[in-house]
Write a protein that binds this ligand. Structure first.
Ligand code: OSB
Ligand code: MG
Length: 369
């Protein structure tokens, strides 16, 4: 496949409700869609960077510059034997995995479309026909609101609830959720809001038999997580810390986690996501697919990823309607009453793009090559 042109489009999509994590509230997403053109077809990717450099070092504008000035120029005009070649070709860029991943996933989609096969097949997935789904629920203005939201998501069929926590919204809130919902699969995500000095406080969460506690400590600190894990009965799940398969190896060797959340953008795309998956699988560590408030392209890519065999836990991949009044794909991503997403068999990421809607949402566009 010869990559001839890369088109970047930045779109603006207001969220139906704000989403609050320990690092702040998001009201509106600004995401970059990557169209990779080659051999007469287009593949599509979505950059999962946030609007600010708070989850990791990237944000929409940094990703735009990395893609335009570094990643896309490295690929344009090249004949690629396969999409696996994208990761090493952009590996000279330090960090900026989400920018790299937006392009990498677009090339995987292109490769699948050129062969006329679904993306899940192209990446070697297909271990399941339905993806088990959970939801991630942000920090709310009141516990009552949180309980109501959880009840609504359970009524929709979702299989597990993840609640965001931060200092001041943690043990007491989790206790109230547990009292109201004694039997649900429940977990908490701190997005790096604590330090080892909070170990005794975090240990109180052991009373609530959570499935896991996600990324309690520093975004880049595997060693402290190992020390904390030794003190906790609840498994730690690493998110921010795992940017490469090597990080996964180190975390497992140090016993810093019992579970890994894999996000395509955080690890720069499908090739490295598969390697993280394989490292975890070999060590007997289950994984699940994380989310970054994606629009339809990113959501569909997540569904494909979650068909790999070791994605055995419900992920943060949920229906488009939880976030968007209207999604950029047709049909939108929908869930069954069993709390699953049925994997589609159409070529590439499996959904149709709503080009007219995308054009209306586009605030800047640039063609490279
Ligand atoms: O840590 O998983 C996270 C959203 C933004 C930044 C970080 C995270 C999240 C989520 C959202 O939890 C999950 C979703 O997309 O539904
Ligand atoms: Mg997380």
């Amino acid at each position: 496949m010869k990559l001839e042109r890369v088109i970047l489009r930045q779109i603006r999509m207001p969220l139906l409700h704000f989403f609050e994590t320990s690092f702040g509230r998001t009201f509106e997403r600004h995401m970059i869609l990557v169209e990779a053109q080659g051999d007469g077809m287009s593949g599509w990717g979505e950059v999962t960077a946030g609007e600010n450099p708070f989850y990791n070092e990237e944000w929409t504008d940094s990703a735009w510059m990395i893609l335009r000035d570094y990643a896309a120029p490295r690929l344009i005009g090249r004949v690629l034997a396969g999409a696996e070649e994208v990761y090493p070709l952009t590996a000279h860029i330090r960090g900026h995995n989400m920018a790299r991943g937006g392009l990498e996933t677009a090339v995987w989609d292109l490769a699948a479309r050129l062969e006329g096969v679904p993306l899940w097949k192209k990446i070697g997935g297909g271990a399941r026909r339905e993806i088990p789904c959970g939801v991630s629920i942000g920090i709310q203005d009141s516990v009552e609101q949180l309980l109501e939201k959880i009840a609504g998501e359970l009524a929709s069929g979702y299989q597990r609830i993840k609640m965001k926590i931060k200092p001041g919204w943690d043990v007491d809130v989790v206790r109230q959720v547990r009292e109201r919902f004694p039997a649900i699969k429940l977990m908490a995500d701190a997005n790096s809001a604590y330090t080892l000095a909070d170990a005794e406080h975090l240990r109180r969460l052991d009373d609530f038999y959570l499935m896991m506690i996600e990324q309690p400590l520093g975004h880049d600190d595997i060693v402290d997580h190992a020390e904390l894990q030794a003190k906790l009965a609840t498994p730690i799940c690493l998110d921010e810390c795992i940017r490469t398969a090597h990080h996964a190896e180190q975390a497992i060797k140090l016993r810093a986690c019992g579970i890994i959340n894999i996000k395509l953008g955080r690890v720069a795309g499908f090739a490295e996501a598969r390697r993280v998956h394989d490292v975890a699988q070999k060590a007997g560590i289950p994984v699940w697919c994380g989310g970054m408030l994606e629009a339809g392209i990113g959501r569909a890519h997540n569904v494909a990823l979650a068909t790999l065999p070791n994605f055995v836990l419900p992920g943060d991949v949920s229906a488009s309607r939880r976030y968007w009044k209207r999604d950029i794909i047709q049909p939108p991503v929908e869930t069954t009453a069993r709390g699953t997403i049925v994997v589609r068999d159409q070529p590439g990421f499996g959904y149709a793009l709503d080009h007219e809607y995308i054009a209306g949402l586009t605030v800047r566009e640039e063609s490279i090559g």
